[in-house]
Design a protein around this ligand. Structure first.
Ligand SMILES: Nc1ncnc2c1ncn2[C@@H]1O[C@H](COP(=O)(O)OP(=O)(O)OP(=O)(O)O)[C@@H](O)[C@H]1O
Length: 599
C-alpha cells in the first residue's frame, strides 16, 4: 500500500471561532485553576513592574541626603515575592495543563471505544491513536500556556505602556512605532506556523498508522520480505513530520527574533531621542533610566504574546484533529430498560425481510433475509463465501444497523433493547477468534469479569483447554502475547469458545469457531456445543458441513438471500445448492455417517 493510502486527509478546517470554542470547551472545567495561575503570573509581573519605580526612587535619592536602605529592602522584597508568586503560578498552570490533557484523553478514549463499527472501518486506528497521544499533548501548551501568556502578556504589556506613557509620551510614541512596525511583519508569518504544524501532526498520525498496520501483520511482512518497504513508508512519514516541524520552527524563529529585534531597535531609538530630550532639559535623567528599564521589561510581555500566538497556531492544528475524532459517531446505548422478560431463557431469533448494505455507496449484502429460530437448539448457516452469513451475526450484535426490515429477539425489535442488555445476552466467537494480549485468565474472564474459579475450571474442561493450562508453567497466568501469538490457531479458537461460554449467554454465535481444530478436539467441541444447545440458542456459521449435519435446522444462504431451511437430510433431498455443497464434501449421506467425516 502506498503511503498516501494510509494518510488521513479528512481533517476538517475549523473556523477561528470553532477553534476557539473547541479550545474553551477543553479548559472550561479548569478555568478557575487557569484564573489562579494567571493571577499569580500577573501578581508576579506586577511585583516586577514596581521594580523600575523603586529604582527611579533610588536614583532620585542618590544625590540627596535621604537613606536608600529602605528602598533597597523594598526592592529585594519585591524580587523575592515576585519570584515566589511566579513559581506558584507556573506550577498551578502546568498542573492544570496536564489535567486538561488528561481530561481530553479520557473523553477521546471513552468515545473511541464506543465508536460505531462503520466509523472505525472508515478510519485508520493508528491515526486515531496518535490523536489520543500526540495531539492531546499539544493541547497542553495551547490551553494554558498560550491563553495565560496572552492574558498576562497582554495585561503586563498594557500596564507597561500606560506607565511609559505617564513617564514620557514622546518616548512611548517612538517605542510603539518600532514595535508595531516589526509586530505587523510577525503577524504575517503566523498562518505559516499553523499550516506547517498541521502537516507535521498529520505526518505523525501517518507514522502511527503505518506502524499499527505493520505490527498487525508482522509475520506477513516478514514472510513477504517487505520489511525494507514498510520501513521506507514509515521513514517517508517521519521525514515529512521532520520537514514540517523544521518549517514551523523556522517561522517561530523568525517571529521571536523579530520581537527581540523590535525591542533592541526601540532601545536604541529611545536612547537617541531620550538622550536628546535629557540634554535639552525636557526630561530628567531618572525618567530616561526608568523608561529604558520599562523598555527592557517590555521584552517579557511581548515575547509572551508572540509565544501565545505561535502556540495557538500549533494547538489549532491539533484541536482540529481532536475535534474530528470527537465528531465520529458513537453507538446509541438504546432505551433505558429493565431486565428482559425472558432473562435466563434461550433466546428466540427472527429476521424479518432484512435488507442491509455496509455503506450507502456499496451494493446490498442482504436482499430481504427472513428466517425464524425458536429458543434453544442449533441452527447452522451455510452457503458460498460472501453469501452474507457473518453479516447475520454482525447485525444481531447491532454492530451495524439494518437498512430495512426487522430483527427480533424474543419477539422484541433489537433496536428497542438497551444495547448493553442485548449484548449481555449474546456470546460471540468471531471468525478469526481474537485473543487479546494479557494472560490466559484475563482472556477467559474478558466477557465475564466476575466469573468464579469453579466456572473458569468448568469451561476450561469443556473447551478442552485444561490439559494446556496444566502444562503451562504459569497456568492460567501465562501471558499469551500480542493477539495471542504464543498460542496455536486451534488454542486461540478454544480460548475464544471458553470465553463465550463463561459469559453464560442466552444466544451463542459461533462463526467458523472450530475451523482450526484437529479432528479429535473438533468432535469433542461439537459435543460440547450440542450439550450447550439444549438450553441455549446456538447459531453456527460453518464451511465444513461435517460440523453442522446434526444441527436442528440449517439455513442455506446464497448472494444475500435465504434459499432454503431444513435439516441436513431434507436439504440434501430438495436443495440443489446444498446438495452440491454436501456432494463436494462427501456428505450426501445420512447424518449419522456424515457427522464424523472430515473434509
Ligand atoms: N465491514 C465490511 N464492509 C464492507 N463490506 C463488507 C464488510 N464485511 C463484509 N463485507 C462484504 O459483505 C459480503 C458478505 O460478507 P460476509 O462476511 O457476511 O459473508 P460470508 O457469507 O460470511 O462469507 P465467508 O463464508 O467467506 O465468511 C461480502 O461481499 C463482503 O465483501
Amino acid at each position: 500500500m502506498p503511503a498516501d493510502d494510509v494518510r488521513s486527509d479528512t481533517t476538517p478546517a475549523l473556523t477561528a471561532g470553532e477553534t476557539w470554542r473547541a479550545l474553551y470547551g477543553h479548559f472550561r472545567p479548569h478555568r478557575w485553576a487557569v484564573v489562579l495561575g494567571a493571577l499569580c503570573a500577573l501578581a508576579g509581573a506586577a511585583a516586577g513592574l514596581a521594580q523600575p519605580l523603586a529604582a527611579k526612587s533610588l536614583v532620585d535619592r542618590l544625590g540627596g541626603s535621604d537613606s536608600i536602605s529602605g528602598v533597597l529592602i523594598l526592592l529585594t522584597a519585591l524580587v523575592l515575592v515576585g519570584t515566589a508568586i511566579e513559581a506558584v503560578g507556573a506550577y498551578v498552570l502546568d498542573r492544570t495543563a496536564e489535567s486538561v490533557v488528561l481530561a481530553a484523553r479520557r473523553t477521546l478514549i471513552g468515545r473511541l471505544l464506543r465508536l460505531r463499527l462503520p466509523e472505525v472501518e472508515r478510519t485508520q486506528p493508528g491515526d486515531l491513536m496518535s490523536r489520543v497521544t500526540s495531539d492531546t499533548t499539544l493541547l497542553k501548551a495551547v490551553t494554558t500556556r498560550s491563553v495565560v501568556a496572552a492574558i498576562s502578556g497582554g495585561v503586563t504589556f498594557l500596564a507597561t505602556i500606560v506607565l511609559m506613557g505617564l513617564m514620557d509620551p514622546v518616548l512611548l510614541g517612538v517605542t510603539l512605532g518600532v514595535i508595531l512596525l516589526i509586530g505587523g511583519a510577525v503577524a504575517l508569518v503566523m498562518p505559516q506556523i499553523s499550516k506547517a504544524a498541521k502537516k507535521s501532526q498529520e505526518a505523525v498520525g501517518e507514522i502511527s498508522t503505518v506502524l499499527e498496520r505493520a505490527f498487525g501483520a508482522f509475520r506477513t511482512i516478514k514472510a513477504s520480505g517487505a520489511e525494507a518497504r514498510e520501513a521506507a513508508v514509515v521513514d517517508r512519514a517521519a521525514t515529512r513530520a521532520w520537514k514540517y516541524g523544521v518549517r514551523s520552527s523556522k517561522w517561530e524563529a523568525v517571529a521571536f527574533t523579530s520581537i527581540g529585534l523590535s525591542v533592541q531597535v526601540s532601545f536604541l531609538a529611545v536612547l537617541g531621542v531620550g538622550g536628546a530630550r535629557v540634554a535639552s532639559g525636557e526630561i530628567p535623567v531618572s525618567t530616561l533610566v526608568a523608561f529604558l528599564l520599562f523598555l527592557f521589561y517590555l521584552i517579557e510581555p511581548v515575547t509572551s504574546l508572540v509565544d501565545a500566538a505561535t502556540q495557538y497556531q500549533v494547538g489549532a492544528a491539533a484541536i482540529a484533529r481532536i475535534v474530528e475524532a470527537e465528531r465520529l459517531a458513537t453507538e446509541d446505548p438504546g432505551p433505558a430498560g429493565g431486565a428482559p422478560a425472558a432473562a435466563g431463557r434461550a433466546a428466540a431469533v427472527e429476521f424479518d425481510d432484512v435488507r442491509f448494505r455496509y455503506r450507502a455507496e456499496l451494493p446490498y449484502v442482504h436482499h430481504g433475509v427472513s428466517f425464524t429460530v425458536p429458543g434453544a437448539g442449533m441452527t447452522a448457516f451455510v452457503g458460498p463465501s460472501g453469501a452474507g452469513k457473518t453479516t447475520v451475526f454482525g447485525l444481531i450484535e447491532r454492530f451495524y444497523e439494518t437498512s430495512g426490515g426487522r430483527i427480533l429477539i424474543d419477539g422484541r425489535d433489537i433496536r428497542e433493547w438497551p444495547l448493553a442488555e442485548l449484548r449481555a445476552s449474546i456470546g460471540y466467537v468471531e471468525q478469526d477468534a481474537p485473543v487479546l494480549s494479557g494472560t490466559l485468565r484475563e482472556n477467559l474472564v474478558f466477557a465475564a469479569p466476575d466469573a468464579a474459579d469453579d466456572a473458569i475450571r468448568d469451561v476450561l474442561v469443556r473447551a478442552r483447554l485444561d490439559g494446556l493450562v496444566d502444562r503451562l508453567p504459569d497456568g492460567l497466568d501465562t501471558v499469551v502475547g500480542h493477539r495471542g501469538s504464543k498460542l496455536s490457531g486451534g488454542e486461540r479458537q478454544r480460548v475464544a469458545i471458553a470465553r463465550a461460554l463463561l459469559r453464560r449467554p442466552r444466544l451463542l454465535l459461533l462463526d467458523e469457531a472450530t475451523s482450526q481444530l484437529d479432528a479429535v478436539n473438533e468432535m469433542a467441541l461439537r459435543d460440547v456445543v450440542a450439550e450447550v444447545a439444549r438450553d441455549v440458542t446456538v447459531l453456527v456459521v460453518a464451511h465444513r458441513l461435517s460440523t453442522v449435519t446434526l444441527a436442528d435446522r440449517i439455513v442455506v444462504m446464497d448472494a444475500g438471500r435465504v434459499r432454503a431451511v431444513g435439516t441436513h437430510a431434507e436439504l440434501v433431498a430438495r436443495d440443489p445448492l446444498y446438495g452440491e455443497l454436501a456432494a463436494t464434501q462427501f456428505l450426501a449421506s445420512a447424518p449419522g455417517e456424515a457427522a464424523g467425516a472430515r473434509i
